[in-house]
Design a protein around this ligand. Structure first.
Ligand code: FE2
Ligand code: FE2
Length: 471
């Protein structure tokens, strides 16, 4: 069992004190991280005491500690899950061999790329969300935003540790570049499209944490399968924190739905905008947008890179070991969506070629679960409205559907047909202006903005009225 050094300058369970060179290198990256946090982390309430969960261990019980912390004093640490004894590679050409504790030369650049692409998303979302603390609908919500932000910061630390520890000078350069690219920067943007979009309001934040953090879950879960054991153990622990981010999204949207139902009933109308609420069809448009940009994050339907990652043992499938097949996939087939004579059809490819699509399929099934819960609340309230996931081809920029016009129902449209209807499907300027008009910060303990219902319970057994952020 690795020991946790919680009082070190960089809390860790990776024996940093034993490797002076590495420790010095990370300690020289630390002030750059803090400077980045101060410049591009939360824009307001940045030094107020916040009731935060801090990772202090990785064990089954009590890996986190709750208490009021001012964010610049948050203890961002490096934590890997406990190693699994005699772990073997579960897939690809090296299936059955021992996992690697060091990076094999032949996979060095591929592994570095995987880690860099994942690492880049972590600070990106903090940058995207930096203005939101000004308009938090309650102190409970502000606290949740900050919790997500500090943990994305820790996830950056997790990836930077791997780069410093295993990739020498290139790794250190990549770690510096993580703080130099910025979300939405015209000259030096973040690597993936969805991480250059703005998160301008809290409705977007809840859909982002529901859909885009969930992409993160699927990427991390497939890297947890990696033959490179330190990456596997890193991702395993990150997934524990990630679960909370998706809870923030799922419960946030659920609370908006609850408040909308309440306003609809009280005023006997479907149009709750005059009453300071958010209409169900507007929720559907935000859902359509965030879902479709998150689908793009999985990449094209077929991918040589993904096939090489899999064959090499670097990145597996979701729950690789629970699957009952040969775990090589070069002869097994599956269908992927394709355009045939201007219509949506499919083509058969090897499962090895179609790994992105397989991961996207798993993600879509998971996304539907939240909709089922929100729809249950709607139907219990006697509304016939149902939130639905749009067709996989709707509003896509990557893969076979890029540049096509597909309706949420999956019909192929002409440009004119698309233009005539897209304002029914995606948020318009008016929709965004309405949402923006509702965004007023509420900083009295226990009070909520009028567009969202209170949560059913507080954090770590504290009441909803608790002073989660001391303002
Ligand atoms: Fe993350
Ligand atoms: Fe996250």
């Amino acid at each position: 069992m690795s020991l946790v050094d919680i009082n070190a300058k960089i809390p860790n369970n990776v024996d940093l004190a034993e490797d002076r060179r590495l420790q010095r290198a990370l300690e020289s990256w630390q002030p750059k991280f803090i400077r980045w946090w101060e410049d591009l982390g939360p824009a307001a309430f940045k030094t107020n005491p916040v009731f935060l969960r801090t990772a202090i261990d990785v064990g089954q019980q009590g890996w986190a500690n709750f208490g009021h912390v001012s964010m610049p004093e948050y203890r961002w640490g490096v934590f890997l899950a406990e190693p699994e004894k005699d772990r073997k590679i579960a897939f690809g050409e090296h299936k059955g061999e021992d996992v690697w504790q060091e990076v094999p030369g032949e996979y060095r650049s591929m592994l570095r790329r995987l880690i860099v692409v994942q690492g880049d998303t972590e600070p990106a979302s903090v940058e995207q969300q930096r203005q939101l603390s000004l308009t938090a609908p309650s102190l409970y919500d502000m606290r949740n935003l900050f919790q997500v932000n500090v943990e994305e910061g820790r996830h950056l630390w997790a990836m930077v540790y791997l780069l410093h520890r295993y990739f020498g000078k290139d790794g250190r350069d990549e770690a510096d570049a993580m703080l130099e690219r910025h979300s939405g920067d015209a000259d030096n943007p973040r690597i993936l499209g969805a991480f250059n979009e703005e998160t301008p309001d809290w409705l977007s934040f809840f859909f982002f944490t529901y859909f885009t953090d969930r992409d993160g879950k699927y990427q991390l879960a497939s890297m947890r399968e990696s033959a490179f054991d330190p990456l596997s153990r890193t991702c395993d622990f990150m997934l524990k924190e990630e679960a909370y981010h998706m809870f923030v999204g799922a419960s946030g949207i659920g609370r908006v739905v609850a408040r909308t139902i309440e306003l609809m009933q009280r005023h006997d109308t479907e149009d709750v905008h005059p009453h300071g609420g958010i209409n169900l069809n507007l929720l559907q448009k935000y859902l359509n947008f965030h879902y479709s940009v998150s689908l793009d994050l999985f990449g094209a339907e077929t991918s040589t890179n993904a096939a090489n990652y899999y064959a090499g043992g670097l990145k597996g499938r979701f729950h690789e070991e629970r699957r009952d097949d040969d775990h090589r996939l070069n002869t097994l087939l599956r269908y992927v969506p394709d355009f045939v004579d201007g219509a949506i059809g499919q083509r058969e490819v090897t499962q090895l070629a179609a790994l992105n699509e397989t991961l996207r399929d798993d993600y879509i099934i998971d996304c539907q679960k939240g909709l089922d819960r929100w729809n249950r609340a709607l139907s219990e309230a006697g509304t016939s409205f149902e939130l639905t996931l749009p067709h996989v081809g709707f509003n896509r920029d990557v893969g076979t559907f890029a540049g096509r016009r597909i309706s949420p129902q999956g019909h192929v449209l002409t440009e004119t047909e698309w233009q005539a209807s897209c304002s029914d499907w995606l948020p318009t300027d008016d929709d965004k202006a309405h949402v923006k008009s509702l965004m007023v910060g509420v900083t009295e303990p226990g009070k909520m903005a009028g567009w969202i219902a209170p949560p059913t319970s507080g954090i770590n057994q504290k009441p909803v009225e608790y002073e989660y952020v001391q303002v």
